[in-house]
Ligand binder design. Structure first.
Ligand code: NAD
Length: 328
């Protein structure tokens, strides 16, 4: 049976997911919902037989869908997920879960209260990378002492990103991938302390309310400590993204394209070409077809733990005090 998928959002990432879905056997991008009909129809025209809508309820009433993808800015979450949960329609939602914490907490409680478990997935795609799987394998039997991570780059040129209320800021919107990877490889976070500042970007563009530099110290439940820093002051095309784990047996340094390992005096590198977005989509589609969700590596409850940490960092930067994750 051909699966009918709807997409909410008509931007860059809707197209990335839509193109992957359209190339999978037995999967059809059947409908697209945007903030305007011309934008929705324009994206829908990429996919054979797909229909555009400018309203979620109209899309759900007008096309029978097996699942919906949410590729919308952080500030736009809430009512869309609530409607899908009410109607019992599975969904894949892009990270982050929201610009703050209140809406993700509400959606999670709605998911828990629904009469039967709803298949869903969250777009933390680094979890599907072969390098990440290798990293987790190599970490077995080693004690992590500390971890250093970063997301150093330029400012994405979409209007909502530069507004605090639109994106939640870089640590919540972008560096969340690295926080999620820290949790996935080194375990849960107990406490965070953050310092943020505005150095450059607010003088380059109108209406910037997000910090453009930040450093966050994290204490882990295991006793390990970590620092994850980020900036968006760099010129386009310059930057680095990664996570390095310092263990009793050596260093494991992960970046999106490379895993470098220096263990017991021996150095090795792993560069595995793969498409984690495709793997993420295949796991979700497999779950829709079979009910087997074991291939989904990030569900809402787990992603909410990452959102708690990134939001706690924002709260710490606002108050100047450490924030205990259990207290929020
Ligand atoms: N996992 C990843 O690697 C990855 C990569 C890129 C983007 N993303 C995430 O995907 C999301 C979308 O990013 P993007 O780059 O496509 O942004 P974008 O600005 O290109 O597109 C966002 C779209 O959402 C639409 N939109 C806004 N409010 C809406 C609403 N209330 N209802 C319906 N549509 C609405 C906009 O009109 C726009 O079409 C973001 O959360 C981003 O973090 C994830």
């Amino acid at each position: 049976m051909e699966l009918q998928i709807g997409i909410v959002g008509t931007g860059w990432f809707s197209k990335v997911h839509g193109d992957i879905l359209a190339a999978l056997d037995g999967v059809k991008v059947a409908a697209v919902c945007g903030t305007s009909l011309p934008k929705a129809e324009s994206l829908a025209s990429r996919y054979e037989g797909s229909k555009g809508y400018d309203n979620l309820a109209d899309m759900l009433d007008g096309t029978k869908l097996d699942a919906v993808y949410l590729c919308i800015p952080p500030h736009a979450h809430g009512t869309i997920e609530a409607e899908l949960i009410d109607r019992g329609i599975p969904f894949l939602v892009e990270k982050p879960l929201g610009a703050e914490l209140d809406i993700p907490l509400d959606i999670y409680s709605r998911l828990q209260a629904s009469s039967k478990p709803l298949i869903h997935s969250v777009g933390y795609h680094f979890r599907y990378k072969a390098q990440t799987i290798k990293l987790k394998e190599l970490l077995e039997g080693k004690t992590v002492g500390m971890v250093l991570g970063c997301w150093m780059g330029d400012m994405p040129q979409v209007a909502w990103w530069r507004e605090q209320s639109g994106s939640g800021g870089q640590f919540i919107e972008q560096t969340t991938h690295i926080v999620d990877l820290l949790r996935y490889t080194a375990g849960e976070v107990e406490e965070v302390y953050a310092s943020y500042a505005n150095r450059v970007v607010h003088e380059q563009y109108e209406g910037v309310s997000v910090a453009d530099v930040g450093t966050v110290t994290l204490k882990l439940k295991s006793g390990a400590v970590a620092n994850i820093s980020n900036t968006c002051v760099l010129p386009a095309g310059v930057g680095e993204v990664g996570l390095s784990l310092y263990t009793d047996q050596g260093i494991l340094s992960w970046s999106p394209d490379l895993l470098e390992v220096s263990l017991s005096g021996e150095k090795s590198t792993f560069r595995i070409e793969d498409n984690p977005y495709r793997a993420e989509n295949e796991a979700f589609i497999h779950a829709l077809r079979t009910g087997d969700t074991s291939g989904i590596r990030s569900d809402y409850g787990d992603a909410l733990k990452t959102q708690r940490v990134t939001w706690a960092a924002l709260e710490s930067a606002r108050t100047g005090k450490p924030v205990q994750i259990n207290n929020i």
